[in-house]
Design a protein around this ligand. Structure first.
Ligand code: FAQ
Length: 330
């Protein structure tokens, strides 16, 4: 960021200079300049980014669980290989995002601790169960589809490390979305039982996918400020509407229906109208009362504890290498 880079954090005289820094920061953001880790930034901007990026990273790693549930039961070697690669990609997305959050002065340990103790959230969508193989397709088509709709604009987020991580993540997410679509298409064109399984999965995942975009605009606590800071580029409702408009023709080509009797094209708005979302269900899931909240968190904590020896070994190896390099220099 050219303008505010000249105003890097400096404790001496900070009080008097903060107003100037803030004006330079606002001007740079308004001019579409990228904010980089060493640039001065308001504390609230930093806190908002850490909150959103941490929640996003947590969603990626918790999001591995619902699909991983089907790796051992994938119906063919090809499907198993694809699914394993997808779940590994999600772990990778978590790592990019934790690394990007670290550039804001927070450690991965601290963020994981907040996830495990319930002080930070992850996406509501991963608290629903994967009951049949078709759920793997519905997650790819709808959940990855919603994630892409939400995340492509984040490639233009004002914070450089987050925006750059999102470019790579979005490329992989679009591949994920295609595999889900292709899986559902195969089932939809299969036997009547397979078609029914695909339809049942879409019926269960549709409404929770719409909730992924967050509360309605008039209840969204952070949207207005995040949009001024150009962290978010569109409101929750705008992105939700975009997603519905994308899905309707795709559902028709899949030969599946979306479970909303009020869904119809509105000629005047040139958009689809859709039925009311059950926000009571959304709030219950956020409070920890979704069908799988407990299971997801306890499995995550267990995985973290089981991996303690790997982290210890890696830290010991790094310390040994540093010691050896220092010895050689001495
Ligand atoms: N679930 O004021 P807003 C994926 C919270 S990744 C849980 O509107 P904001 C890839 C929100 O945090 C999916 N909590 O908040 C994948 C806030 O609570 P707080 C994750 C939610 O931040 C695919 C409160 O409600 N994607 O799917 C949810 O401006 C397949 C008020 O809300 C991202 O994280 C929710 N759905 O907008 C992986 C994308 N919605 O923090 C595996 C980045 C809202 O004050 C398999 N994040 N809340 O306690 C974002 O774009 C935004 O953070 C929003 C929320 C749009 C999610």
């Amino acid at each position: 960021m050219a303008t505010a880079a000249a105003h890097q954090t400096d404790t001496a005289g900070e009080d008097t200079a903060t107003g100037g820094y803030e004006r330079a920061f606002d001007a740079a953001v308004a001019a579409e300049e990228r904010v980089e880790p060493r640039d001065w930034m308001p504390d609230a901007y930093r806190a908002t980014l850490v909150r959103q990026m941490a929640q996003h990273a947590h969603s990626e790693i918790i999001g591995m669980q619902p699909e991983a549930n089907w790796i051992t039961r994938a119906p063919s070697l090809r499907r198993k290989a694809i699914l394993m690669a997808k779940v590994q990609d999600e772990a990778g997305h978590g790592l990019y995002l934790y690394s990007a959050a670290e550039t804001l002065g927070t450690s991965r340990d601290e963020l994981l601790d907040k996830l495990h103790s319930g002080r930070q959230k992850y996406s509501s969508i991963f608290n629903y169960p994967t009951l049949t193989w078709a759920d793997v397709g519905a997650i790819g088509w709808l959940v990855d589809g919603a994630a892409i709709t939400n995340q492509v604009p984040l490639c233009r987020c004002s914070y450089g490390p987050y925006a750059r991580a999102m470019v790579r993540i979005c490329k992989e997410e679009s591949f994920h979305q295609r595999q889900g679509y292709e899986l559902l298409l195969a089932l939809s064109r299969g036997t009547p039982e397979q078609h029914a399984m695909a339809q049942d999965a879409v019926d269960r995942w549709w409404w929770p996918s719409l909730m992924m975009f967050g509360p309605p605009d008039d209840e969204s606590a952070h949207s207005a400020q995040s949009m001024t800071w150009k962290i978010k580029r569109h409101s929750n409702d705008e992105l939700r509407q975009r997603f519905v408009d994308i899905c309707v023709p795709q559902a028709a080509s899949l030969g599946l229906t979306l479970p909303d009797p009020e869904l119809r094209w509105n000629e005047e708005r040139q958009r689809h109208d859709f039925g009311p979302i059950d926000w009571a269900e959304f709030r219950a899931v956020l409070k920890g009362n979704g069908p799988c909240n407990e299971q997801r968190l306890s499995q995550r904590r267990r995985a973290h504890e089981d991996g303690a020896w790997v982290r210890e070994a890696a830290a010991a190896y790094a310390a040994k290498r540093t010691g050896r390099a220092e010895g050689e220099r001495a």
